[in-house]
Structure formats: C-alpha cells, structure tokens
Design a binder for this molecule. Structure first.
Ligand SMILES: *Cc1c(COP(=O)(O)O)cnc(C)c1O
Length: 246
C-alpha cells in the first residue's frame, strides 16, 4: 500500500539522519536512491510524489516497461544493473543520466562510440567488486584504478564516482571492510588527479547496511526492500545473469 511506502520512507530518512549524526556528517551529503526492481510504476510514483527524486533499475527491460508510466512524474534515473553492450542504445533512449555499473573496458568503448554517434554524454560510476564474490559484477579492486584511467580517456563518459555492493553478511565488520576499501580506492584516485575524473560520489549501502556505509563515507545509499517490501526473486537473479534462477 502507498501509505506504507510513505511510512517506510520516513523510517529510512530517520535511519540516514541518525547515521549521519553518529558519524558527524551533514545529512545533505547523503542522497537516497530508490532501487525499483520489480516495483510497479504506481508504487514508484507514490514514492516520487512524496518528494523522492532518484530511482534506479537493474534491467533495461524493466526500465523500458516503466518508462512511459513514469515520464510525467519528475525524477532522475540511474542504472545499477549489469549492462550488456547490446542494450546500450536502449539505455540511452530511456534517459538514464548515470550508469553506476560500469565495470569493464569494452562496455566503456561501446558506450563512447554510441554517445559520439548521438552527440550525447553520460555520467558513470565505476563498479568495484569489493567483496570479491564471484557472484557479483564489478571490476576487481586491484584493477579499479587502471579501469578509471582508461575510461577517463573517453570524453563522452563523465566519471563521477564509484559504486559497490557490500558483502552480504550479518557480520558488520566484514561489510565495513568492503565500504572502507571503496573509500580507499576513491582516495587513491583523487590523489592521481586524472583529467576528466571526478571522484565525488560513493554509491554504497542498501537496506541492511546503509548505516555502516554512511559511516564509511557513502554519498548515495541504494534502498529497495526497506521502502517497497520484499521482492519475489533472489537478488542473485539481478546480480548475475549467468546463473539462471528463472
Ligand atoms: C536491489 C539492489 C539494491 C537495493 O537492495 P535492498 O536490499 O532491497 O535495499 C541496491 N543496489 C543494487 C545494485 C541492487 O540491485
């Protein structure tokens, strides 16, 4: 129900606020992104109408399916799923302003080509696999800086930060290590002063671990379940398309 969504959003905002207070951070530094996979346009609209602005899909198919229904409601659209190169045209057609899941050179190359052709630019985050789990996408931490340097050469891609999915674990300290690693990589990249690279954003933290992420420096937390409720599919379905769950 929509009133539940509004209520959940208030709870999330309070959690963000508390985490900021505890880590002496300004709450305005942390944006809430709504992860809307499997969520109907109706329910997404309820969140947008209550003042949310930032949403993201994992699959181009879902982005397309909801596009018309959401068009009339002002919002910013990011992409946080694994992106296949054959879906690049569709992504650009559906007004995604930032791809948070750029994790390999061939994808960057093909994006650059298409963006040149369409005379457009797009913001990107480099996705880093900080938990080193095979089931997750993202560049290996040891290769992240290299990838940033290569992607920086593509003038149509505007690197704005890094993204990671933390380890799925009840052990907070292990999860924290993932976020801390992302922060360290960010600091290393900043120190390199690479042209065409802005390292302002750290997209990390989800429903279960956003407090930890905020304490480690997140500027964007991506929340799905805690706002919209449980999803029908396991997340691995979205995080690794090589494994067929359906
Ligand atoms: C689904 C998803 C989220 C949100 O996860 P929740 O646990 O539902 O808050 C965040 N990031 C990515 C990449 C996701 O796929």
């Amino acid at each position: 129900m929509n009133s539940e969504i509004i209520h959940n959003l208030q709870t999330i905002q309070q959690r963000i606020q508390n985490a900021c207070t505890e880590s002496n951070r300004d709450c305005n530094e942390v944006k809430l992104l709504l992860a809307t996979k499997t969520v109907s346009p109706e329910r997404i609209k309820a969140a947008l109408n209550s003042g949310q602005t930032l949403i993201a899909e994992n699959k181009v198919q879902e982005l397309k399916a909801k596009y018309d229904a959401l068009k009339g409601t002002p919002h910013i659209s990011h992409f946080i799923g694994h992106l296949q190169t054959n879906k690049i045209k569709e992504i650009l057609k559906h007004e995604v302003s930032c791809i948070q899941s750029l994790d390999r050179l061939d994808l960057a190359e093909k994006l650059q080509q298409r963006l040149e052709f369409e005379n457009k630019e797009i913001e990107v985050f480099i996705q880093v696999n900080t938990s080193n789990e095979e089931s997750k996408f993202g560049v290996h931490p040891s290769k992240a800086i290299d990838l940033v340097q290569q992607v920086a050469k593509f003038d149509r891609l505007k690197i704005k930060g890094l993204m990671t999915i933390g380890l799925f674990s009840a052990e907070t300290e292990k999860v924290r290590q993932c976020f801390r690693l992302l922060k360290n990589i960010q600091q290393e990249i900043i120190a390199l002063n690479i042209p065409n690279v802005v390292m302002k954003e750290l997209s990390m933290g989800m429903s279960a671990d956003l407090e930890t992420a905020i304490k480690e420096g997140a500027t964007i937390v991506r929340v799905g379940t805690a706002v919209f409720g449980q999803r029908m599919y396991p997340d691995s379905y979205y995080w690794n398309e090589n494994k067929a769950y359906l």
